[in-house]
Design a protein around this ligand. Sequence first.
Ligand SMILES: NC(=O)c1ccc[n+]([C@@H]2O[C@H](COP(=O)([O-])OP(=O)(O)OC[C@H]3O[C@@H](n4cnc5c(N)ncnc54)[C@H](O)[C@@H]3O)[C@@H](O)[C@H]2O)c1
Length: 466
Amino acid sequence: MQNKFKRRRFIKNAAALAALVGLPGKNSFAKAETDDLLDAACRSLPAKGKPVFGLKVPPIKQVGVGIIGLGNRGYEHARLINAVGLEKTKLVAICDIRPEIAKRSADFLKENGGQEPQVYSGKADDWKQLCQRDDIDLVIIATHWDEHVPMALYAMQQGKHVALEVPAALTIEECWKLVNTAEETQRNCMMLENVCYGNEELWLLNMVEKGIFGTLTYAECAYIHDLRELLFSKTYYYKQWRTYHILERDGNLYPTHGLGPVAQYMGVGRGDRFDFLVSMSSLQAGMDAHSDTVEPDNDFYKKKGFKHGDINNCLIKTDKGRSILLQHDVVSCRPYNRINMLTGTKAFHKGYPSKLSINGHAHGFLSDDDYKTYREMHAHPLWEKLQKLAEKNGGHGGMDFVMLWRMIDCFNRGLPLDMDVYDAAAWSVVTPLSELSVQLGSVPVRFPDFTRGGWQEERKLGVMAG
Ligand SMILES: NC(=O)c1ccc[n+]([C@@H]2O[C@H](COP(=O)([O-])OP(=O)(O)OC[C@H]3O[C@@H](n4cnc5c(N)ncnc54)[C@H](O)[C@@H]3O)[C@@H](O)[C@H]2O)c1
């Protein structure tokens, strides 16, 4: 099975490049080939349906939900959808290829409120039966990365709305497939970027909207999380799927937790867009070194030659001229950090810990009392409303609960979802674009415009409209 992951990964990478310009996957390219690759990477594909900006569907009183993949993340989704409550949503069916993992969620639901969704388990394509059910409105996909897009496409083709885990897609081609299928079927396809619902992030977004930051110029953001123990665990990830990505790919493999909130502050897709990026990876050493420390019966025992440089930096330029430094580091002992740094003409913020600086105050960050005043004065209404429930139900400090509650509430009220398929594609495509940039020697790579020009309209984010 491990070899299956490896073979599929190779095929996907080679196919992604070959599909773009008809070349086999390889490591050095003549100038003309490089130019062709870069042109192909940002080329728009023909539309197959109508745009889905602000897509509205009739209100759904009780949203029927199916979940595919009940591992670390999917179990949490089952728990939190249950916590949102039966008056708003019902878990109709759940599916995991591993029976014991599906049973874990089924048992939890039965013991905590008595929901008894239909369980699908055992075969690799059982999830299709879940997608075919008439009583499901929304399919949540929380499997490993390779399965996100095939499952999402099939679910939309069965008339279901889709909420899928991060990153939504692995290749440029997959991003286009999500966009084209959402447009063709007129279904929602929302990436579950939970960090966009963090208390700190929504507070910052609220202040940006109120003009407190003035004109935004620059941001720094990241996913810095030492995952080495988990990556080498034989049981944490299903068949160690994530480790194979680190073995075979070099770039920013997990961009959206840091970048999603920044994209929202900057109105990406709603007046601005990512224009191009350059990406550079450091030396790879962390995985090679850690492989010496694991048990001999581990598939990665003394494994050498991981492709993924330990720290990847991307610099992204937006159409309006803003720039963003985005980091990825999952293999060094640097403490957890998403940075969440934002610079405007009137204010500056940095996270970990959160500190705010405002024009007109003395040099340096606001005092604790002044900071508290800003937090209270500009708290986002969603957090004011859900604070107690978020604290009770948790999920990364409550942001997971807030995200799921809000998504279900939008369906209940017939409102457009906060994040659309264009956001999912624009944030996820950073991975294949960064791989391309790294592979070609850190050259600038232009973003495809998944909105086909629609980004130029300054649309208000749903979560700011109420
Ligand atoms: N947003 C967040 O904060 C966050 C946190 C963790 C993980 N994630 C994302 O969630 C996803 C899952 O990560 P995870 O840590 O839960 O991994 P995991 O390995 O624990 O879970 C994946 C599950 O998918 C199941 N599965 C595999 N093939 C299947 C199939 N054909 N049919 C049905 N089920 C199948 C596996 O049995 C496993 O239980 C990833 O995309 C990851 O990036 C997001």
